[in-house]
Structure formats: structure tokens, C-alpha cells
Design a protein around this ligand. Sequence first.
Ligand SMILES: CC(C)(COP(=O)(O)OP(=O)(O)OC[C@H]1O[C@@H](n2cnc3c(N)ncnc32)[C@H](O)[C@@H]1OP(=O)(O)O)[C@@H](O)C(=O)NCCC(=O)NCCS
Length: 235
Amino acid sequence: MRINENTVLRGKKVTLVPYSPAHVPRYHEWMQSEELQRLTASEPLSLQQEYEMQRSWRDDADKCTFIVLDTERWSEQARGDEECMVGDVNLFLTDTEDPTLGEIEIMIAEPSYRGRGFGKEATLMMMSYGVTDLGITKFEAKIGQENEASICMFKKLHFKEVSVNSVFQEVTLRLDVGDQERQWLLDQTKHVKKKSYIEEKLPAGLKQGQEIIPRSKDDTVQGDSTALLSPPEGY
Ligand SMILES: CC(C)(COP(=O)(O)OP(=O)(O)OC[C@H]1O[C@@H](n2cnc3c(N)ncnc32)[C@H](O)[C@@H]1OP(=O)(O)O)[C@@H](O)C(=O)NCCC(=O)NCCS
């Protein structure tokens, strides 16, 4: 969906940014991993298909996705997103009759970042965004039965197991967000700052739409800041 196409959510460990074409090559590399394909029940795609998928994530009204970045690395000057990517987090509106139900998925793709609180913070931030900006009041997570880490994490986040599909070897966990859960979620994420992606990507001092003056003759000139969000030629 397009609602978050210019949204940055900045947390302590993770920063969530909209999935843009610039993220696709790294994402595509991650998804070559058989372990990640198994854990996320995904099929490998070609690079071209991955660009198409990115476009559908952005355009389809029933999908919201953010790329998870390492906040500390991203805060360092001159670091591009690709160098800071650690995973992604998604919400699907799976029930056309009930737009308040969101299926959540999280992947910390970089093994060295697992078990350090990145998945938990990213999931909480997405849930909070879902509740405040998308009107979600119920979350579901479908997880492979053998994925102990993910099941444990969602249980820590107050999800309860509601069903097991023995054919797909998958459990469904669910959280209904009443007043108390909503308050808990907002408390867990009160440190999160919401910002504009385009402004965050621009060098300090520049305003959106303003021309970027090259600092040296080797710098690339971009007259339109929205070019940062465009795919490479041919896609
Ligand atoms: C599952 C995943 C999202 C967890 O994210 P993470 O950053 O590694 O987890 P966190 O460090 O934030 O831990 C959060 C909670 O998860 C649980 N957890 C994390 N790793 C665990 C492990 N190896 N075994 C058991 N529980 C684990 C713990 O309950 C932990 O809470 P605690 O730190 O308070 O004890 C991440 O490991 C991952 O993406 N793995 C590969 C892809 C995947 O499985 N995606 C989910 C598909 S449904």
C-alpha cells in the first residue's frame, strides 16, 4: 500500500523504511538462502520477479511492508540503506470483509542480528503502526511448527496459539487488541519517532524538492529528490 511510502519509523535498535527498488538486490540475495525460504515458506524469485513483487507490495491496498534497518549504522553519515538492511516486516489484510485483521510476518534475514532484540522491536513497531495508522485491531501470525524462535517471540508479544494446521505444519497465533493491549503496545513503542523518508534521505539542510548541488564534480546530481525512490532503468 502507498500509505507508508514516505514513512520512516525510527526505534532504538531498528528503523523501518518503506520497501523501495533500491532495497531489492539485497533482498533478492537474502532470499537465495534455503534456510530463509524454509522458515518464511517462500519460493525463490528471479531478480526481475523480486522487482515486480516490490511494486506490488507498494501498490496493492492489502499489503504494507517495511524494510528493517540497523538504526545505529543508518545514523552514521553517508551510509546507504543497502548497507544497513537486516530484514523486513509485513502486514497483510487477509480478510476482505474485515479490514481490521492483519497477518503479520517478520524476518531478521541477517543471522548475526538474530537474538539481539531486533525482531521484537521491529514487530512491536509494525503492530503499533498497524493499530494507529491502519486501524488494525486483531493480529495473526502463521508460523512453521518447528520455528521455535518465532513462536516464542510472538508468545512473548501476548499472542496466543489458536490453531494448528498439520498438513502445512503451521500454527496460527492471534492477538486481539483491546484497550489494555493497545495501551501496552503504545507504551512499548513510545520512543519511536515517525519521520519523512525523503527528508531523512536528503543531505542535512536540504528541503524536499530542492536541487542537490554536487559537492564535487564526482558527485551525482539529482534535481528531484523523489528519484531516490525510483527503480533502475529497465524495471
Ligand atoms: C524469528 C525472528 C524474527 C526473531 O527475531 P530475533 O531478532 O532473532 O529475536 P529477538 O532477539 O527480538 O527475541 C525476541 C524473543 O524471541 C524469542 N527468541 C528469539 N530467538 C530465540 C531462539 N533461538 N529460541 C527461542 N526463543 C527465541 C525469545 O522469546 C525472545 O525474547 P527474550 O529475548 O526476551 O527472551 C528471527 O530470528 C528470524 O527472522 N529468523 C529467521 C526468519 C524467520 O524465522 N521468520 C519468521 C517466519 S514466521
